[in-house]
Design a protein around this ligand. Structure first.
Ligand code: GRG
Length: 295
């Protein structure tokens, strides 16, 4: 196993344990929605966003309980977005992470509620004093997460994406859409450690630049998997973007140029971390992992 695979596995295990602890126990009359929330969060996933929170936090020697709580919160927001994105009103998908989507396993109303429950629980976790003793740090995290998840970020990007089906977006418009839809949560994940560690402006700036390039590289790799991946390894249907006529980086650039662009962005992302020296090796390795991944 490579060191990045081993590090991802280590963080994934720790964050899954934290999620298990933070998600309520499935009891009481409301038990069904809690079961759906747990099903959405505890069954697989690469845990890339939690990894970025934990690896970024290590640059500033942040206490692990703090970084694991924020890592669990960002994964809750990510899982909510997947649950809602899979609904018939959006992507209408039956398969996610190699098993039935939440609305297939439960039902549509429960899936809507489970997503809502995860989004709100994420803010409860970040805002809790157990995440950081300084209320100003907690407030900064809550605001950054709200911006990343809301209309200026993921929700806004998803709206543009839904309206863009069969539209001819140019490279600038696709880049903006993806920076909002997937880039914003990735950017929050990269900056969370600097917020928790009350890092210098220079350090924060470097991480913002890293996140920009990493987010785009991640999205191009995701678009490529829709073209050249297979359902057995991705654990989700492939070819859906092409079928829907979606404007993606691959549709615009072609497979070879998209691959080259993703590799270039990964190298550029790693280059932004020079000031952290060897301490940032895991984040550098992650930049290459996101473009070389098969799922
Ligand atoms: C419904 C508000 C709302 C937003 C949905 C992010 C998103 C917007 C939808 C997800 C659909 C999708 C496939 C987007 C492409 C990029 C992406 C987020 C891929 C899935 O992330 P991974 O690869 O998944 O990190 P795992 O399962 O490993 O966590």
């Amino acid at each position: 196993m490579s060191s990045i695979d081993a590090a991802l596995t280590e963080v994934a295990t720790a964050v899954t344990n934290t999620l298990d602890r933070l998600l309520p126990a499935p009891v009481g009359a409301e038990k069904r929605v809690i079961e759906a929330m747990r099903y959405a969060c505890l069954g697989g996933g690469k845990r890339i966003r939690p990894f970025l929170v934990v690896a970024g936090s290590r640059l500033f020697d942040v206490h692990e309980e703090s970084s694991h709580r924020v890592a669990a919160a960002i994964e809750m927001v990510h899982c909510y977005s997947l649950v809602h994105d899979d609904l018939p009103a959006m992507d209408d998908s039956d398969l996610r992470r190699g098993r039935a989507t939440v609305h297939k396993k439960f039902d549509e109303a429960t899936a809507v509620l489970a997503g809502d429950g995860l989004l709100t629980l994420a803010f409860e976790v970040v805002g809790d004093a157990a995440t950081h003793e300084n209320p100003a740090v907690r407030t900064e995290l809550v605001l950054a997460l709200a911006k990343a998840a809301g209309v200026a970020g993921m929700v806004g990007g998803q709206m543009i994406d839904l309206e863009a089906e069969h539209a001819r977006l140019d490279i600038g418009a696709i880049t903006r859409l993806q920076r909002m839809k997937t880039g914003a949560l990735i950017a929050f994940s990269c900056s969370a450690g600097a917020i928790l560690g009350q890092a210098s402006e220079q350090a924060r700036h470097a991480l913002v630049n890293y996140a920009h390039d990493l987010g785009l590289a991640f999205q191009i790799a995701d678009d490529l998997l829709d073209y050249v991946g297979n359902e057995a390894t991705t654990g989700k249907p492939v070819g859906a973007d092409q079928e829907a006529g979606k404007a993606t980086f691959v549709a615009l650039l072609g497979i070879d140029r998209a691959r080259e662009q993703a590799q270039l962005l990964a190298r550029q992302a790693a280059g932004h971390l020079d000031l952290f020296g060897e301490k940032a090796d895991l984040l550098r390795a992650m930049a290459h992992f996101v473009v070389d991944r098969k799922h």
